[in-house]
Design a protein around this ligand. Structure first.
Ligand code: SF4
Ligand code: SF4
Length: 150
């Protein structure tokens, strides 16, 4: 899969590689252009029905929307910029920032490389992922059947 422009842009910002954990802990948020304040991430349910899949595909048509899966949990990312972020990329409401912002910390964040297991950028990538998942499930079922019969 070629790297889509949105991901290329992020890889350029993060340098692509995931630096050593100790170095990450020391760096913290210092020098980061507040990447996490530019994306809104919201948990979503895994699409179950064909209607759900069509809805999600429709959302993925927009270049500000992506979906990622991490530890089997699905999330939607909406690109944007928080209204409380200053021109210097600082939080203007730091002392009363929302709980979600308080819980988001390095090194488990956007700055330090891939934080997802699967990233889905387009409706076509969603179809491809779901097809792959279907094939995987069918192989697993077949193996279980064979194990029961032997
Ligand atoms: S949590 Fe991560 S992405 Fe957000 S400002 Fe800190 S280092 Fe940057
Ligand atoms: S409230 Fe502050 S920490 Fe939270 S996203 Fe906005 S600028 Fe970032």
């Amino acid at each position: 899969m070629t790297m889509p422009p949105k991901r290329k842009e992020r890889a350029a910002k993060t340098g692509g590689a995931r630096p050593a954990v100790e170095a990450l802990k020391k760096a913290g948020c210092r020098g980061c252009p507040a990447l996490c304040c530019h994306d809104m991430v919201e948990p979503i349910s895994r699409p179950q029905t064909s209607h759900d899949v069509e809805e999600l595909k429709w959302q993925l048509q927009y270049d500000t929307i992506r979906v990622f899966i991490r530890s089997h949990r699905w999330h939607v990312i909406v690109q944007g910029r928080c209204m409380y972020l200053t021109d210097d990329n600082l939080c203007s409401i730091y002392d009363r920032r929302p709980e979600r912002c308080r819980q988001h910390n390095p090194p488990d964040c956007e700055r330090y490389g891939e934080f997802w297991d699967v990233m889905i950028n387009t409706p076509e990538e969603l179809d491809a992922y779901l097809q792959k998942e279907k094939r995987r499930r069918s192989r697993r079922r077949k193996k279980r059947r064979q194990a029961r019969q032997s």
